[in-house]
Design a protein around this ligand. Structure first.
Ligand code: URA
Ligand code: SF4
Length: 212
């Protein structure tokens, strides 16, 4: 199965999934969407009212703001993959419970493995905690960190920035940095996936070698 087929398969599974209590209150599950070869994955919290109606991520007010933020990075929605840590709407938009996050994580893990993005952008604390346990968003937002085979950037949740005006400049600035960070990620990961080039590069830098 190629990445696109795997993502379609996962979407079919979450449409009928009953692995946690959130299935009781959902109208439509929201598997996430975007190109299967996206370099950037954005991972939010969970569907809200409109997402639950339409089965698509970030279609409400936060989604509109997310489109503006992406535009600030020179990106269109169709350039990135967008999803959530839980695929079904928590009733009344309450926080997802630990057992719901755990139950739904298998789908997200499979989506990440299929897409294999260079950068994961976490939107909000539940998504951040998956990759940076214990981190404080106010301290780490906008910083790119290596996590296993890729990079993770924690950002404020667009809905939080909509409701808390003081966060807006920070999230705008963090998105504006994205083209630069993507270049850095491409350069760093290019070396990992092309060991021959990496060797050549080391040989080109004798200054580093003389340090040993
Ligand atoms: N907020 C989220 O975290 N995800 C969505 O899909 C919509 C709003
Ligand atoms: Fe299944 Fe995830 Fe929906 Fe829970 S939230 S029912 S685990 S798809």
């Amino acid at each position: 199965m190629n990445a696109q087929e795997t993502l379609a398969q996962i979407a079919q599974e979450v449409a009928v999934c009953k692995n946690c209590a959130l299935h009781h209150s959902r109208n439509k599950s929201v598997p996430g969407e975007g190109p299967a070869n996206a370099e950037i994955m954005l991972i939010g919290e969970g569907p809200g009212f409109y997402e639950n109606e339409q089965g698509r991520p970030f279609v409400g007010a936060a989604g509109k703001f997310l489109d503006e933020l992406l535009a600030g990075a020179g990106l269109k929605r169709s350039d990135v993959w967008i999803g959530n840590v839980v695929k079904c709407r928590p009733p009344g938009n309450r926080d997802p419970l630990p057992e719901e996050l755990a139950a739904c994580d298998v789908y997200l893990e499979r989506q990440i493995a299929a897409i294999n993005p260079k950068i994961i952008i976490t939107l909000g604390r539940f998504s951040m905690s998956k990759f940076m346990p214990g981190a404080r968003i106010s301290a780490v937002h906008g910083q790119m960190r290596r996590v296993g085979p890729r990079f993770v950037i924690a950002m404020f949740h667009p809905a939080a920035a909509l409701h808390q005006a003081s966060l807006k400049p920070a999230i705008l600035q963090d998105f504006a940095q994205l083209p630069k960070l993507l270049e850095q990620a491409r350069a760093a990961l290019g070396q990992v996936s092309a060991p021959v080039q990496e060797q050549a590069k080391v040989q080109e830098e004798p200054k580093q070698l003389t340090l040993f």
